[in-house]
Design a protein around this ligand. Structure first.
Ligand code: HGY
Ligand code: MN
Ligand code: MN
Length: 422
């Protein structure tokens, strides 16, 4: 069979019902009463999700491996065993009250593409891998996109091991437990070469659905920055301490958030500014808070705007400290990026050939693909999600759209895996 015909044969072998039933089986792990998923990175639920992927992989005779941060790899071998693989994947961890598809679709849909390639009897020159990256969401251990960052050499594993979750469990312990749950898997080194990387994901925004489109050929990702702001005041008696002499960490933190909101004001509504965690200690009604903590998530596509706002974040917090101490610690910094032109064109081309209405669009959300983009030609495939809702238990997508994305993905993987130089 000619190479392009093989790519299309693989796409045609995607089975919508099989993919949907696997998505639903995965969504049962950590299912919440409101129809969402709570599958924190390196939790029992995460381990069960990995076990389910392994069960499916073993049933089809695929090869499996892991690495020291528990990224999980499932491989369909190619004719050239030593060639760098073409890789797809995403993450199995979720937000605390997340949806069924954010991340899980990229892993389960990637696996469906692999099975379709197998069932179509298509052989490729290069191996094709599906990877589940560890801790993309960053809900339990910050920063997010940690597994792909460590793989890409952006973060060192040693620097992450001492991080603790809100219960005091360290990343080192959670990692040890997770790696012990998949004993005997071959270990891969970080940074081993990829020939190309294509990640499938729900859009997490409303554009595809609003415009009646099925596939997004993702052009890049906007800049994404996280900060941890720690405010230190003094605990005092709520009934006896005059307001003038207090150093109230909570009130200072509230003033900082309001000032940051003003700093981020933007007529065009392009700036994204979120305080997703806000803590007050000791948290007793009769004690003036001596410590407050909050996170800042700031995103924008334009480097000039990013530079202006980033340079003002710490001074804005300091200017509203009201006698308290304040430290502003960067947790994550991803500059805006553009994906590989050939991969973008390939996604667009196969979507068109397969009859799926397609548009080029940027990603507002961060993804593991952002780190892998520095290592090899990289791109992403978006499919619509209902009303653009994500990071919410109501997140939803249709079986047909998920299958369209997996088919487009299967075609791209076969095409790339038959190229000398993707
Ligand atoms: O926050 C993000 O953009 C991603 O969903 N982790
Ligand atoms: Mn995601
Ligand atoms: Mn997410």
């Amino acid at each position: 069979m000619e190479a392009r015909a093989e790519a299309l044969a693989a796409a045609a072998a995607v089975d919508e019902a099989r993919l949907w039933s696997r998505q639903m089986a995965m969504a049962e792990i950590g299912a919440t009463a409101a129809g969402g998923v709570n599958r924190a990175a390196l939790s029992d639920e995460d381990r069960r999700a990995r076990a389910l992927m392994l069960e499916w992989a073993f049933a089809l005779g695929f090869e499996v491996a892991t690495d020291a941060i528990a990224n999980l790899y499932i491989r369909r071998p190619g004719r050239r065993a030593d060639a760098a693989p073409v890789v797809t994947g995403s993450h199995l961890d979720s937000q605390p009250r997340g949806g069924k598809f954010d991340g899980a679709y990229g892993v389960v849909g990637g696996f469906e593409a692999l099975e379709a390639i197998q069932r179509a009897g298509v052989e490729t020159e290069r191996p094709i891998d599906v990877v589940a990256w560890t801790n993309e969401e960053g809900g339990r251990f910050q920063p997010g996109a940690m597994g792909s960052a460590v793989f890409a050499g952006v973060l060192s594993l040693e620097d992450q091991l001492g991080l603790a979750d809100t219960d005091g469990v360290t990343l080192a312990d959670a990692l040890t437990e997770t790696l012990a749950s998949t004993p005997g898997l071959p270990q891969r080194p970080f940074g081993h070469p990829f020939a190309a990387y294509v990640e499938a994901h729900i859009e997490q925004g409303p554009r595809l659905e609003n415009e009646g489109l099925t596939i997004g050929a993702v052009t890049g990702i906007q800049g994404l920055y996280w900060y941890a702001v720690e405010v230190t005041g003094a605990e005092a008696h709520a009934g006896t301490t005059p307001l003038r002499t207090r150093r109230d960490a909570l009130k200072a933190a509230v003033a900082m958030v309001s000032a940051l909101e003003e700093l981020m004001a933007d007529e065009s509504d392009t700036v994204r500014f979120t305080v997703g965690r806000f803590e007050c200690h000791p948290g007793s009604p009769a004690t003036v808070p001596g410590r407050a903590f909050f996170t800042v998530d700031f995103r924008h596509p334009d480097p000039a705007v990013i530079e202006r706002i980033r340079s003002r974040i710490a001074p804005t917090c300091e200017a509203h400290a009201r006698g308290c101490g304040v430290t502003v610690r960067p947790l994550m910094a991803h500059a805006p990026l553009t994906f590989d032109a050939d991969v973008i064109a390939m996604v667009e081309g196969y979507a068109e050939t397969l009859g799926h209405p397609v548009v080029r669009l940027p990603s507002g959300a961060g993804h593991d693909a952002g780190h892998i983009n520095h290592l090899c030609p990289t791109g992403m495939i978006f499919v619509p999600c209902e009303r653009g809702v994500s990071h919410n238990e109501a997140e939803n997508a249709t079986p047909a759209d998920l299958a369209a994305g997996a088919g487009t993905l299967a075609a791209c993987l076969v095409d790339l895996a038959n190229r000398e130089q993707p």
